[in-house]
Design a protein around this ligand. Structure first.
Ligand code: AMP
Ligand code: ZN
Length: 499
């Protein structure tokens, strides 16, 4: 069996994954707060942990992996939207409108993350569906002396947990000095964090032994991971902005409530996404959602295909900050256009692939791709292997290979891409459905050529051909037909006026 090594943020070392239950892997990843459309940064952990999910399924089998990613649907920003809608005359109770806002945000999230090729996790619990489990866990923490109630609030007594700070490598004193810890009259110590707090009468609340209230954010993940994965599971993931305090607090709650378990064995954190070298922020005007890119994105394109977004993400290792650059997206699209058109002609291969994609990957994936992924999810090395394979199929290099060799390379390309979440046949179809489509130009050129054969006037053919060449496309006109493919300097924006 392939050995998977992952960098554990807890030990700061690359460790071999040894599942707690042999042959079964369990993973929990902190999901989104569902108050609005996901921004591009939110898609990074989704893609990173999706590649891990796919790798685990490949190595351990599709049914052997349980992946939980929650929805945080208790949040003031959700409430605010619902309140505004109510004030604007929307029908239904505030509770209905809150539910409606979370539902619509979850729908958007699914649409957007499906578009970047993410498989749905095994379980997607909503915090509001696990309130009784949260209340039970808090009661247990109080009974064990790790938490206390004061003025309708329940707080975790941080100094009672000696290992606090292990994940982030900070002492409680450092944290007090550096963090925005809130001093409040109901706290014994400023470091203590909220497990439960009272709700205003006009906002959602649930009954509890401490009065009507709502859970703190950290307890949600501790209760949901316990309910679905038990007291010990293999992998816990999220963005590195969650490492402190969120994950530190999850550990404190879970380990104190369930000392018989070990909570998460391996902690994985993805680094942040930036845009053109800068932090993505509304004030810098470079903030955009995944949907903005999918629908509009690069000028001259009819939206950025989700596979292109994924490809760009995977060029950077998850532990390094990544930069979303338009120039990288353009190169990524050129590659995927070429790869998908290279394999599209092989109908037999397509049929076999579509019959059972996972089986196809098991049979034909280049082991170098699997090894790269198994080495702490080195997606950029996996892509390097795929790029090298793709190059063999392009232009003149192709003639160096026999038909059988070409077929093997095609299989490796289709299988390797699918393992990292890119379905080249699906991509080819999506592209040909989009309005920006080079094969439209090929058809147009074919029609013009047919007319020119009759009239002996080739000026229209030549004009279109030179515009395509000027845009960096390659035009192959043979007796068999016309092919237009993007060249290395292809700039789709230059084709806009021709549409
Ligand atoms: P939130 O809904 O803000 O709690 O974030 C959901 C997920 O997106 C968390 O795992 C965050 O770590 C992650 N995230 C937020 N911003 C970024 C970013 N700029 N780059 C990468 N991940 C991010
Ligand atoms: Zn969490």
């Amino acid at each position: 069996m392939v050995e998977i090594r992952l960098t554990n943020s807890m030990t700061r070392k690359k460790e071999t994954l040894v599942p707690i239950r042999p042959g079964q892997v369990s993973m929990y990843v902190c999901g989104p707060t569902v108050y609005d459309r996901a921004h591009l940064g939110n898609a990074r952990p989704v893609v990173v942990f999706d590649v891990l999910f796919r790798l685990l399924r490949h190595v351990y089998g599709e049914d052997a992996v349980t992946y939980v990613r929650n929805f945080t649907d208790v949040d003031d920003r959700i409430n605010e939207t619902a309140q505004k809608r109510k004030a604007a005359g929307a029908t239904g109770t505030l509770e209905d409108l809150i539910r409606e806002r979370s539902d619509e945000t979850i729908r958007w999230y699914h649409d957007d993350m499906d578009a970047v090729g993410a498989l749905r996790p095994t379980h997607e619990p909503r915090a509001t569906e696990y309130i009784p489990q949260m209340v039970a866990m808090i009661e247990d923490l109080i009974a064990k002396g790790f938490a206390y109630e004061n003025e309708g609030h329940v707080l975790f007594r941080v100094r009672r947990y000696a290992e606090y700070g292990q994940l982030s490598g900070r002492s409680v004193e450092d944290m007090i000095a550096g963090a925005r810890v809130e001093v409040a009259p109901y706290k014994e110590d400023p470091m203590d964090f909220v497990l439960w707090k009272p709700s205003d009468d006009d906002l959602p609340g649930w009954p509890s032994p401490w009065g009507r209230g709502r859970p703190g954010w950290h307890i949600e993940c501790s209760a949901m991971s316990y309910a679905l994965l038990g007291d010990s599971f293999d992998i816990h993931g999220g963005g590195n902005d969650l490492l402190f305090p969120h994950h530190e607090n999850e550990i404190a709650q879970s380990c104190c409530a369930h000392p018989e378990g070990s909570f998460a064995s391996i902690w994985l954190h993805n680094e942040m996404l930036q845009v053109e070298g800068k932090k993505m922020s509304k004030s810098l005007g470079n903030f955009f959602t995944v949907r903005d890119l999918l629908d509009k994105g690069v000028p001259g394109w009819n939206g950025v295909p989700g596979d292109v977004i994924r490809y760009v993400f995977l060029l950077t290792h998850y532990r390094k900050p990544m930069d979303w650059r338009q120039a990288t997206a353009i190169t990524a699209k050129q590659r995927l256009d070429i790869w998908s058109s290279e394999v599209q002609s092989n109908r037999e291969l397509e049929r076999e692939f579509k019959q059972d994609r996972d089986e196809f990957v098991r049979n034909y994936v280049d082991p170098t791709v699997v090894e790269a992924l198994a080495d702490d999810l080195n997606t950029s090395n996996a892509l390097t292997t795929l790029i090298a394979a793709g190059k063999k199929l392009e232009g003149l290099s192709r003639v160096q290979f026999t038909d059988d060799e070409v077929e093997t390379i095609q299989r490796q390309l289709v299988a390797g891409c699918y393992l990292i979440g890119i379905d080249l046949y699906h991509y080819a179809n999506a592209i040909s459905r989009g309005s920006f489509n080079l094969s439209d130009f090929a058809s147009k050129l074919t029609a013009l050529r047919e007319t020119a054969m009759q009239t002996k006037d080739f000026s229209a053919v030549d004009a279109l051909k030179s515009s395509l060449l000027a845009a960096g496309a390659e035009v192959r006109m043979t007796k068999a037909g016309v092919e237009v493919i993007p060249g290395p300097n292809f700039d789709p924006a230059k084709l806009e006026p021709l549409k």
